[in-house]
Design a binder for this molecule. Structure first.
Ligand code: SAM
Length: 245
């Protein structure tokens, strides 16, 4: 997979070289190219923004540098993505969809955003990472990249990790524990020490479903639970009710 970033703050994206995306680059599973948008300007001041037509606060990123850059970068079936609060909400299914593309080009907005003619002419996906406003698209693009990179085959050390993550099957992940067995008087749940794989599987599934019911009940509305899943969730709810009485 090849990723290109167009930004006026290329240094901001140095952090991409750390952690998982960096490892994916080292393993040859990902190609990362960060481009300074100013490289596609032609005036002495390397101008990338201008005042908005119609007046009002803030500046708008000019269309010409993006247009020229995309003539070079948006090739070979590349998908052009703009992180924006006005976009489609980012979810795990959307991350999975993006992980199947061979080339992604991210346009990082700043100020009031990018001239709409670029969005209309060149952009395939507008994606929001949440209902709040950041000062630039770089963080948004990094969030998208991180979530997508985890899904590229061979990137995660253990292939099952991504499958068991929250939202993968539609519910939240179960709680996790490591050594020591006892910490500040709190013991690890006995079942996890039992070595009984079937009991552990059922306990984890029950915790996942139970947590989802408690914390994000709307996620369960979209799922068709199997008989076993329904039974485990009913057990979890009964246990909670008993604990609360
Ligand atoms: N005027 C824009 C609005 O109200 O929708 C906000 C512009 S914001 C200050 C500057 C840039 O940050 C945007 O162009 C976008 O690239 C990025 N950004 C801000 N919030 C975002 C979010 N929730 N998701 C994705 N990108 C975001």
């Amino acid at each position: 997979m090849r990723l290109d970033y167009l930004t006026i703050f290329p240094d901001y994206l140095d952090a991409l070289r750390l952690s998982l995306p960096g490892k994916a680059v080292e393993k040859g599973l990902l190609e990362l190219h960060v481009h300074d948008l100013r490289s596609w300007t032609h005036d002495r001041h390397r101008t990338v923004d201008d005042t908005p037509y119609g007046g009002g606060a803030g500046m708008v990123l000019k269309p010409e540098p993006f247009g020229e850059a995309l003539d070079e970068l948006a090739v070979d079936g590349a998908t052009v993505v703009v992180p924006t609060p006005a976009g489609r909400p980012f979810t795990q299914p959307l991350a999975r969809e993006l992980a199947t593309r061979e080339r992604l080009v991210f346009l990082c907005g700043r100020y009031e955003g990018i001239d709409e003619r670029i969005i209309d002419r060149c952009v395939d996906e507008e994606i929001s990472i949440g209902d709040y406003v950041l000062s630039g698209g770089e963080l948004g693009a990094m969030v998208l990249l991180d979530a997508v990179t985890r899904l590229i085959p061979g990137v995660l050390g253990h292939a099952d990790s991504a499958v068991e993550d929250s939202f993968s099957a539609g519910w939240l992940d179960c709680p996790h524990y490591t050594r020591p067995e006892e910490f500040d008087g709190q013991r690890v749940p006995e079942v996890l020490l039992s070595g009984n794989h079937e009991r552990i599987r059922r306990w984890r599934l029950k915790q996942s479903l139970g947590r989802t019911w408690q914390r994000r009940p709307e996620l369960l509305e979209d799922l068709e639970l199997s008989k076993e899943q329904q039974q485990l969730l009913a057990e979890y709810i009964r246990e909670q009710e008993t604990d609360n009485h």
